[in-house]
Design a protein around this ligand. Sequence first.
Ligand SMILES: *Cc1c(COP(=O)(O)O)cnc(C)c1O
Length: 442
Amino acid sequence: MNRLLQDTLLQLDREHLWHPYASMTTPPPVNLAESASGTRIRLADGTELIDAVSSWWCMAHGHNHPRIVEAVQVQLKRLAQVMFAGFTHEPAIELGRRLAEAAPGDLDRVFFADSGSVAVECAAKLAVQYQLAAGKPGRCRLAALRGGYHGDTAGAMALSDPEGMHTLFRGLLVQHHFAPQPVTRFGEEWDPADFAPMAKLLDRFDSEIAAVIVEPIFQGANAMRFYHPEYLRQLRRACDEHGILLICDEIATGFGRTGEFFASDYAGIVPDIMCVGKALTGGTITLAAAITRPAVAEIVSRGEPGRFMHGPTFMANPLACAAGCASLALFEEYDWRSRVAAIETQLSSELHELRNLDNVSDTRVLGAVGVVELNTTPPPETVQRIVRETGVWLRPFGPWLYTMPPFITTPEEISRITAAMRQVAEAGSSTSERPLKKNKRR
Ligand SMILES: *Cc1c(COP(=O)(O)O)cnc(C)c1O
């Protein structure tokens, strides 16, 4: 793309477009993406970046996987969209069947939603309708974990860490019940005291709580931290004792990211409702789902008003479902498990070397997730300079510098990613802060 057009587009972007979590008056730097394939995003100026964050944790098989592209193209020529009230179609049916097969236990009733946040809202509404139908109308709140993240819509914000990124909106949000973050880390020896606060909370508010929602094993956007599977086993037991539903938000963790197909598999538990999203379509198009067990679906459907009261306009969009089918088929065709295991091994050894840097307070790795906790994160302009110099796309937030690479990332690319992470970590310590170089744009 010629230089003049690039500049014009970027100028128009600054004038008209909001970017995520961004200011419109002092917008952060953005890269003009033109195309992508595999692990690489190509920019309009010819630069190639390794996508070390899988475009917000979605791009499991890499960008523009030819099989997914083809599935969407074929579907586009047939049927791009049809309302899901009064209609059904093969891609939705096929994806529903595949999800029922892949999900743990008897989770097999699928409600498609158009984004992860909406799937979380659907799960919460299902839980409330379930308790109503079960004769417990007082149970209209949820319990959740501090340090949790469940999305950016009002219902999902209300379930996320109350001290996290949504504190501004307290006045807008329903008050739910929060238990402390699990303390015992994944891989450490289980501390039996760890579950006590949640047990107490469920005892105390038994009559108010419809469901508990958690991100299994890996608390993402508000904590970037891995906890012990025993927490989930005890939570499953406690929910059963109280007749409270358990919702596992697998939107970030689902589809192999933590090393198991679903993170709840580490605990061997079956939630009553599971939310999936992000990598569901291999990251190609937005799609999410809330998947429930037959028993939950039946009780919801028997109670007043005899149906589940939610119906997004683009529910089960055929293009998205076709992408989902192709993505799930890919998981059956290559050994994603050993690829994720190899990424885990390499990230562990290369990131743990960063522990002795002054600016690094912790490093942790599980599956294809590598986190470096920093004392000081360098300013966006410095990160952008390192991104351009190393050709590795990183987007730290809060104190966390992390990578969640596509599963097809090669060992050489992983090494480039961890080397770039080292540079960001070093740039964050105030002593080594270097003056900004002029942006090298071709
Ligand atoms: C990203 C995310 C969501 C929200 O999904 P959107 O598609 O962005 O609405 C919800 N829960 C978890 C755990 C997530 O990581």
